[in-house]
Design a protein. Structure first.
Length: 459
């Protein structure tokens, strides 16, 4: 199967025609490793949340309070990585491997500097952040320390994201996926060690994740720099062995293109996570139980939408290489095939979530009140999964095309104009289920407008 996947990817670069069966086969081959990795990542946070949840509602709420802010930093590192990896995908599609490796070298310098900048910001705001979010005094200390430890791992998040996205855009989904699965195993092991054996509680959850990411980053770098046939810089796989250090210096054309791609994505992550923070502020007055149910429910729901992100990653690779190869018809075909597959898979996941919502919440916490509220919220959200899939996969398609500004504006308009407005209106009357009803309505609306955008984009 490995050889077959390589041949099909070569068809894109070499301009060969592909049958519908070959296209679907390639999509599935690229998607499955990524889906497994995405699901394993969710399971990692699922298990982490369950570990903390079993410490009590206060501990779960302390992480839930700053969770959106923590993942804002991770999202920004991902946006920075994509600014360069999309360019690499286009270069590979055009069979210009020398340019691909040149972009890779420059990305290392830019991404490292950016991640260090994020660490400085995190260290500056970690103490007042829980107060800004409206946290109660009994959870502020743990929330502040968790955010600081997690956010100071930004360089590891950045390099792991960059190395993985570079491998994926070259068509190598298997190695990043296997390593992400291993990272989940490391995370569970280290979290158990720090949370329970060393009795560190909430800070132990952040520290365990940091150690797991650090180990994974080292392994991901080895496979990218020493083992990649297309992008290897060192060892037997190196293409440009005599690389003086100045070749790692960022160049204007690469940085400008990266900024054009990454800036809308970064702004989207900032404002989307800002919206998540505002959503948390809407939930916070509902009480500790609602905060915990909201946080744990989001972790459970992510089991449904991670397959969509896996297919979106495959779409980014296929669209990027197809555009680089100048194959417009193939690009259009891959766009609609990946979108249809994403909707089908996430519809099934939504049905399963609706049926097994009580059991899934029971795995997260023994508190009956949290289970009851969380179950109701998950069943509301299940109806939004098909259109959520459309939004996720379409966004991956647009990223592969280097078109990130308009989709970012659409997502932000939907989030701020629909979800938060409805959540603020419904929270007072219907509590947490009202907030999740607003979420379901907004995700459905976002999926519809993304499908319209894809249809216009392909014309």
């Amino acid at each position: 199967m490995k050889g077959e996947k390589k041949d099909l990817l070569a068809y894109i670069r070499e301009g060969h025609e592909m049958t519908q069966g070959e296209k679907l086969n390639l999509i599935i081959q690229l998607s499955i490793p990524s889906i497994l990795a995405q699901i394993s990542t969710v399971l990692m946070f699922f298990i982490d949340a369950a570990m903390v949840g079993h410490l009590g509602a206060r501990q779960a709420a302390s992480i839930g309070l700053v969770e959106s802010a923590s993942w804002l930093f991770a999202g920004l590192t991902s946006a920075c990585s994509m600014g360069f990896s999309v360019q690499v995908a286009h270069a590979i599609g055009a069979n210009d491997l020398k340019r691909a490796r040149r972009i890779l070298r420059q990305s290392l310098t830019c991404c490292l500097l950016f991640s260090l900048f994020l660490v400085v910001i995190a260290a500056s705001i970690h103490r007042p952040l829980p107060h800004w979010l409206g946290g109660s005094p009994d959870i502020i200390s743990d929330a502040s320390l968790y955010f600081l430890i997690f956010s100071c791992a930004a360089p590891f998040f950045q390099m792991e994201s960059l190395f993985g996205s570079m491998l994926k855009c070259s068509g190598n989904m298997k190695i990043p996926s296997v390593l992400n699965i291993l990272m989940c195993c490391f995370d569970v092991t280290f979290n158990y060690l720090f949370i329970f054996i060393l009795d560190m509680g909430v800070p132990g959850a952040a520290l365990g994740t940091t150690v797991a990411i650090f180990i994974t980053t080292l392994m991901m770098g080895y496979f990218l720099f020493w083992r990649s046939n297309m992008l290897g810089l060192f060892g037997k796989k190196a293409r440009d062995i005599q690389n003086p250090l100045y070749k790692f210096k960022p160049k204007g054309d690469v940085v400008r293109t990266a900024f054009k791609i990454a800036a809308p994505m970064g702004m989207q992550h900032m404002l989307m996570n800002g919206a998540q923070i505002v959503s948390t502020m809407i939930v916070a007055p509902l009480g500790t139980v609602s905060i915990a149910a909201h946080s744990l429910g989001i972790t459970v729901e992510s089991l449904c939408y991670m397959p969509g992100f896996g297919i979106a990653e495959a779409a980014t690779t296929l669209i990027g290489q197809s555009i680089g190869a100048g194959q417009r018809v193939l690009t259009r075909s891959f766009a609609w095939l990946t979108t249809s597959l994403g909707i089908s898979v996430m519809t099934l996941m939504g049905v399963l979530m609706f049926i097994f919502a009580p059991e899934l919440m029971t795995l997260m916490t023994p508190v009956e009140e949290i289970i009851a509220i969380g179950t109701e919220c998950l069943r509301i959200e299940a109806f939004a999964e098909p259109m959520f899939a459309a939004a996720i996969v379409c966004n991956g398609i647009f990223v592969g095309a280097g078109d990130t500004l308009k989709p970012a504006i659409m997502s932000l308009g939907s989030m701020w104009g629909v979800r938060l407005t409805l959540a603020a209106l419904l929270a007072g009357t219907y509590g947490l289920p009202g907030v999740w009803t607003a979420m379901a309505i907004e995700l459905t609306f976002r999926g519809i407008i993304f499908l319209v955008r894809l249809w216009k984009f392909e014309k």
